[in-house]
Design a protein around this ligand. Structure first.
Ligand SMILES: [Zn+2]
Length: 396
C-alpha cells in the first residue's frame, strides 16, 4: 500500500506541487483521491485540514488513514483518472494562519510550563478559536500574563523554527516537552532552544512569523483549565476589527479611544437617572389619567381603554389604581409596533373573571398570557384596529 509522501514536512508554506493520482478511495463515505505525494495537510494533531485546488477542483477535506495515505476529498465526484498528473495548490493564506497558530501554540505551551509548571494535555486549533487544556486549576491570571509576555519576547527575538526527523540516538538526547505519540519516524519541532516537541504539523520557519500571541480566555474545563488564545494573521484581523469598533465608538462619543470606558460609564449613569425621572413622570401621568377617569365614572364602572405606545409598567400602574375602586373592571390595551399588551383587573366586589377573559382574548387573537380572576395580563402579536369592538365581542 502506498504511503503518501508529505511535501509539507519540508515546505510548510504550501507551495504548488505536481503529483500522480495513484488510487481512488473512500474517506468515510466520500470518494477521495490518493496521490503519490501531497502538499495538503490532513486534519490531525489538533490542526485543521488544508483547503485549496487539486487538478483545478476545490479540495473540501483532507484526511489521513491508518496506513498513512492522505485522502483528498474534492468538490466533484468525477475524480481525475488514476495515473493522471495533477497540480495541487494549497490555500496558502489559510496555511499561513495555521502555521502561526501552531507555532504560537508550541511556544505558549512551553511558556506555561516555564512560568507555572502547567503541562498541556491537549490543544486544538479551531476554525474560530484555539485552545490549550491544562490539568488542575492552579493557573492564575498573572501566570497567563507572564506566559504571554514570555512568548511575545520569543517572537520578537526571531529565533529559527526547525522541523526534522532525528535518528533514534539524537532523539534520545533531545529535551522533548512531551512524549511522542508515535514510535517510528518521530518528527521534532524546535523553536530556537526555547521549546522542543514532537509534532507533525505545519509551523513557521522563524518565531517572528508568529507575529504575536494573545491569550483571550481562561475557563474551567473537565477538572482543569482551558486557555483560549490567538496568534498571527487571525489575531491581527481580530484585533483590527476590535480597534475599528473602538474607534467608531470613540467617534460616536467624540472622544479618544482611551476615554470610551469613561464615556460609557457616564452614559450608563445618565440612563439610570433618566429612567428614574421617566418613572416619576409616568406615575404622575397615571395618577392624572386615573383621577380624570374616576371623576366622570358612576358606581362600579367598567373601563375599556387603549393607550397606544405605552408599556407594561404604565398598564400595571393604571390597573392598580383603577382596581382600588369597588365593583370596577378595567380592560386596558397598549398597541405598539410589535403587538398589543393587555392588562385586565377588577376592583373589590366585582365578579368579572379577568383570567377567563384573557384566555378568550388569547384564543381569539393568538395571544399569550393569563392570570387569576382578580387580575390577568398578556400580549397578542397584532394591534387591533378597534380595541373596544374586540373587547365587546368577547366580554360576557
Ligand atoms: Zn506543532
Amino acid at each position: 500500500m502506498i504511503h503518501t509522501n508529505r511535501l509539507y514536512f519540508d515546505d510548510p508554506t504550501g507551495s504548488p506541487f505536481e503529483a500522480v493520482v495513484v488510487a481512488h478511495a473512500l474517506s468515510g463515505d466520500r470518494p477521495s483521491l490518493i496521490l503519490d505525494r501531497s502538499g495538503f495537510y490532513p486534519e490531525s494533531g489538533g490542526q485543521m485540514a488544508d483547503r485549496g485546488l487539486l487538478g483545478g477542483f476545490e479540495v473540501v477535506d483532507v484526511q489521513v488513514d491508518d496506513a498513512g495515505r492522505v485522502h483528498h476529498v474534492l468538490s466533484v465526484s468525477d475524480l481525475p483518472a488514476v495515473g493522471a498528473t495533477v497540480r495541487g495548490e494549497p490555500d496558502r493564506r489559510r496555511r499561513r494562519v495555521h502555521q502561526a497558530l501552531h507555532t504560537g501554540q508550541h511556544m505558549l505551551s512551553r511558556a506555561l510550563v516555564d512560568v507555572a509548571g502547567a503541562e498541556t494535555i491537549s490543544s486544538r486549533l479551531g476554525e474560530t478559536a484555539c485552545t490549550i487544556d491544562t490539568p488542575g486549576e492552579t493557573l492564575r491570571e498573572a501566570d497567563l500574563a507572564r506566559a504571554e509576555a514570555l512568548v511575545n519576547d520569543m517572537v520578537d527575538a526571531d529565533v529559527p523554527v526547525r522541523a526534522f526527523f532525528p535518528d533514534a540516538e539524537t532523539l534520545a538526547t533531545l529535551p522533548l516537552r512531551r512524549a511522542p505519540k508515535v514510535t517510528d519516524d518521530v518528527r521534532v519541532v524546535m523553536v530556537g532552544d526555547f521549546d522542543c516537541s514532537p509534532c507533525g504539523g505545519t509551523h513557521c520557519t522563524g518565531s517572528a512569523q508568529v507575529g504575536f500571541v494573545r491569550i483571550t480566555g481562561l475557563e474551567r474545563y473537565k477538572g482543569g483549565l482551558r486557555i483560549t488564545f490567538n496568534a498571527g494573521p487571525r489575531a491581527r484581523q481580530s484585533l483590527f476589527g476590535q480597534q475599528d469598533v473602538l474607534q467608531a465608538l470613540a467617534r460616536g462619543f467624540t472622544c479618544g479611544p482611551a476615554d470610551v470606558p469613561t464615556a460609557v460609564e457616564r452614559l450608563r449613569r445618565d440612563l439610570t437617572d433618566t429612567k428614574a425621572a421617566a418613572g416619576r413622570l409616568q406615575e404622575r401621568l397615571v395618577e392624572q389619567i386615573a383621577a380624570r377617569l374616576l371623576a366622570g365614572a358612576g358606581p362600579a364602572p367598567r373601563f375599556v381603554l387603549s393607550f397606544p405606545g405605552e408599556d407594561a409598567t404604565f398598564l400595571r400602574l393604571l390597573g392598580r389604581r383603577l382596581a382600588e375602586v369597588p365593583g370596577t373592571s378595567a380592560i386596558l390595551g397598549a398597541p405598539g409596533p410589535e403587538g398589543t399588551r393587555y392588562l385586565v383587573v377588577r376592583g373589590p366586589g366585582a365578579d368579572f373573571d379577568c383570567g377567563a377573559f384573557v384566555r378568550r382574548l388569547n384564543a381569539q387573537t393568538g395571544g399569550r398570557g393569563g392570570g387569576r380572576a382578580e387580575s390577568a395580563e398578556g400580549s397578542m402579536p397584532v394591534a387591533p384596529e378597534d380595541w373596544a369592538a374586540l373587547v365587546d365581542g368577547l366580554a360576557p
